[in-house]
Design a protein around this ligand. Structure first.
Ligand code: PLP
Length: 287
């Protein structure tokens, strides 16, 4: 089956899908994106993802390329046309195509939109979660506006690649105060020896993950102890558990940070339960 992508109003074969060489996303990383999980034939948390897309677009003064309901329709179409039962659907919006010039283009330049979908194996992801992952710390290398989900991900690419070369699956950013901000493409969490879940406040230094927000709802529902505060890398080394969250990973246990084994070296019970319970707290839209 050939994959289908949506590009600026048309459904095209994935292999032929392209944007112009003067698209500002290509030349300036002048664009934003969202990744929604597709789970069991449903798109997960569409309203929250589109609210965040709206915020990112507003912060960068980029217009919606089409109405929000049209985006929702195309999301479902792309998932359906690619027969994705489990995987992700990706939305990217850039400021559009214009002669290369740093200044914003004229008002008649329309934003570009691309939507793609990809299958992934829930069995493989669950097998990974049963083993847990290793993460490696990396000095914060990004601009201060990491709250905007922009496609300018080169710093994240470098951090994650450095982790991969050491045998890790994720990088954990550490700021000038020695505190963990977040992962290269995930939010970072620990569980203290006293059993409290800790994650950094979303006000600065991190992207406000949609998965993070769902986990906060679950924590409240389950009556778990929660502390929203920065934590240091040293504190993470000593934690009972650690895990990361993102739409593409849900809650993924961390069993090693740098050369330190976390807890007993196996996925923790809190992270594992949050992973198992995750979709009971999400908004699911059947495709
Ligand atoms: N932090 C960063 C830097 C990310 O890139 C992502 C996801 O791509 C997240 C956190 C998690 O966000 P979400 O839970 O919305 O996928």
């Amino acid at each position: 089956m050939s994959r289908i992508a949506y590009v600026n109003g048309q459904y095209v074969r994935h292999t032929d899908a392209a944007v112009h060489i003067e698209d500002r996303g290509y030349q300036f990383a002048d664009g934003v994106y969202e990744v929604c999980e597709v789970w069991n034939g449903n798109i997960v948390d569409v309203p929250r993802h589109l609210d965040r897309l709206d915020r990112s677009l507003t912060e960068l003064q980029i217009d919606w390329p089409m109405t929000r309901s049209a985006v929702e329709f195309v999301l479902r179409q792309v998932v359906r046309r690619n027969k994705v039962h489990d995987g992700i659907v990706y939305i990217q919006v850039t400021r559009g195509v214009a002669k290369r010039d740093h200044f914003f283009p004229a008002d008649d330049v329309a934003p570009s939109i691309v939507i793609t979908a990809r299958r992934s194996s829930p069995e493989a992801a669950n097998a990974q979660a049963e083993k847990g992952i290793s993460v490696f710390s990396y000095p914060e290398n990004r601009w201060p506006r990491v709250d905007i989900k922009t496609v300018a991900l080169l710093p994240n690419v470098l951090a994650k690649q450095a982790a991969k070369e050491k045998g890790g699956k994720e990088a954990w950013y550490v700021d000038a105060d020695g505190c963990v901000t977040e992962g290269g493409s995930t939010n970072a969490w620990i569980v203290t020896k006293a059993g409290a879940l800790v994650t950094r406040p979303a006000e600065n230094g991190i992207l406000r993950g949609i998965t993070r927000t769902v986990i906060l709802d679950l924590i409240e529902r389950e009556g778990l102890v929660f502390e929203e505060r920065p934590f240091t890398l040293e504190e993470a080394y000593e934690a009972k558990e650690a895990f990361v969250t993102a739409a593409s990973t849900i809650a993924m246990p961390v069993i090693r940070i740098d050369d330190r084994i976390i807890g007993n070296g196996h996925p923790g019970s809190v992270a594992t339960r949050l992973r198992e319970q995750f979709h009971t707290a999400t908004d699911l839209q059947a495709v």
